[in-house]
Write a protein that binds this ligand. Sequence first.
Ligand code: ZN
Length: 477
Amino acid sequence: MLRKCFALPLLTAVAMAQPMVVKTTTLIDGKGRVLRNQEITIEGGRIMRIADAKQKPTIDLSGLTVMPGWIDTHVHLGWYFNKEGRYDPGGPDSKTTPQQDALYSATNAYATLMGGFTTVQCLGQPIEGEIRGLVEAGALPGPRVLTSLRAVTETTGTPGEIRAYVDKMKTDGADVIKLFATASIRDGGKMTMTVDQINATCGEARKLGLRGVVHAHSSDAARAAIEAGCTSIEHGTFLDDATLQLIASRGAFFDPNFLVLHNYLDNKPKFLGIGNYTEEGFAYMEKALPLVADVLKRARKQHVKVVLGTDAVAGSHGRNAEEFVYRVKDGGDKPMDVLMSGTSVAAESLGMSDKIGVGQDRCAGGGHGGRPGGHRAKSTRRHHSRPPRGLRDEARQDLQEYAVTPAVDEMAASTLTSKGQVTIPQEIREALAASQGSAARLPRGHAGPVDCRATHAGRAEVEGVGSLFAEAAAVAC
Ligand SMILES: [Zn+2]
């Protein structure tokens, strides 16, 4: 049967651009469904159609698992290790020039994109606004950036001063308001802002139509922030069940993070001795790991909307996908649940469900909650955890843990090594390693994001990572 898909009149011009057909073997739609042997037709940078593969493909991704570009809801693109291999927070003792600072940040954006992430929420340094602008202009290869530019803390001032500060953030172009309602985990994570300060921050953000994203480890702070209308709790190491229930009942989001703690512990010598990166601080972080696993499991039980955020700091950029692995291995997440955290649920948390995070056929009514045809739904029920070809024996064993669906099994084949680490193809890794401390370079033999964007107005496709960086967008059919 022939189906016709009509774009909104406004979009007609872009929709008339030469269509691009991407052939897939396994397509994860970001909403929990697995589609087999489909082709994605992209016109003017928008997914117009997903149907049984029939046409000659422009891009043949047979054998790879394809899914919407991943979304990380919590990163810090401006954090890096300086020439001495140390974390460099800036300030008078900085070993880094402003020029180097900018290039390190650009490199981080590039590494994040090459790691499979097409949208990130940065929480919050001013340079994120510059990166956002350059990526939007097509001048810098990087993921789409949303930013808070700054953050509200207990020292921002009185409630009145906080409201003015939030207004200024909005005027300066912040997409979201970030607040620190508790101390760092390295300082014990206790509530630092008063309830009045939290009310002022979340209330003003809401008034301005901005989301309020809250650094909060403790229940009292998280509770106050959710009651004041903030929309997401970050970290949440010590949250009790009552607070998780409150988050769920308000439709707010929760973002527990493993990678940030592992990254600090893995790179301890590069941080130790700076600010609160003390032995005591590291001990707190080590103790937090099982607590994060526990709170994630409890959050799932309470049906909290969990998003994928890594709190990527120096050393984490480009490794963001390791958060998927930690959440499954340590946090007990089902692979498909964590993939949705990093696609459709993250998109919802950013208020961008109509643009990103979902690969679906706009013509078939998928955009309105419709289900794919019976023949496709059936394919999701096929369970065969055949070990992927070319994988070493110990890796196969690890993969059993992920082999919940054939698709995730295959994704695991392309993204997990025998140690359960995400692997980016060696060439890309080398290029990223070489780019540390200098301007980013495109990996040899791989299409770079700039070329790809020019051709299909999505982003890039990284072999082995298995993300199709083309974007879904709302089109009336
Ligand atoms: Zn953070």
